[in-house]
Design a protein around this ligand. Structure first.
Ligand code: UDP
Ligand code: MG
Length: 165
């Protein structure tokens, strides 16, 4: 089925990625975008904003009962810096982006991952990425749900670049 997160397991698969306020204030937006671009993924939406409390609470709704929830929402909505919200598209992007991001606790993250490279605090781990097709679907709809928010496109040399033989 065609949806916000594209078609699971195809090149139209999409995920929601967000540079959190600590990543923005530390000047990591370019580096993070660069990693996704260089890997071969396509940017299909991007915006900078200070999220409302309601948006942050909906985004992290599944964590509502966790002890860190209030602090997490305060951090995301503080306005000390905006977040940079994005949608990236491409082959296996949901699973691959989680691998590129690394473990939730940066101290457990594998070298080479974004969280390992740029953070040492679980409460300031720089970046968010959808953890499943269903979360991607929910999160893209929440942040980029209006008609025209997502711009699908194809580089002119796409088929040649993506060849598997
Ligand atoms: N978080 C936190 N303390 C914790 C666990 C999580 O502050 O003990 C924050 C952290 O910013 C994390 C976010 O809550 O990225 C969402 O938690 P989740 O378990 O979904 O981790 P993620 O999917 O971001 O790796
Ligand atoms: Mg999560």
């Amino acid at each position: 089925t065609v949806s916000f997160a594209g078609r699971k397991g195809t090149e139209s698969e999409r995920t929601f990625i967000m540079v959190k306020p600590d990543g923005v204030t530390r000047g990591l937006v370019g580096e993070i975008i660069s990693r996704f671009e260089k890997r071969g993924y396509k940017l299909v939406a991007i915006k900078s904003l200070v999220p409302s409390r309601q948006l942050a609470e909906q985004h992290y709704g599944d964590l509502r009962t966790r002890p860190f929830f209030k602090g997490l929402v305060n951090y995301i909505t503080s306005g000390k810096a905006p977040v940079v919200a994005m949608v990236w598209e491409g082959r296996d992007v949901i699973r691959q982006s989680r691998a590129m991001i690394g473990a939730t606790n940066p101290l457990e993250a594998v070298p080479g991952t974004i969280r390992h490279a740029f953070s040492i605090s679980i409460g300031r781990n720089v970046i968010h990425g959808s953890d499943s097709f269903d979360s991607a679907e929910k999160e893209i709809g929440l942040w980029f749900g209006k008609p025209g928010d997502l711009v699908s496109w194809e580089p002119v040399n796409w088929n040649w670049i993506m060849a598997e033989n």
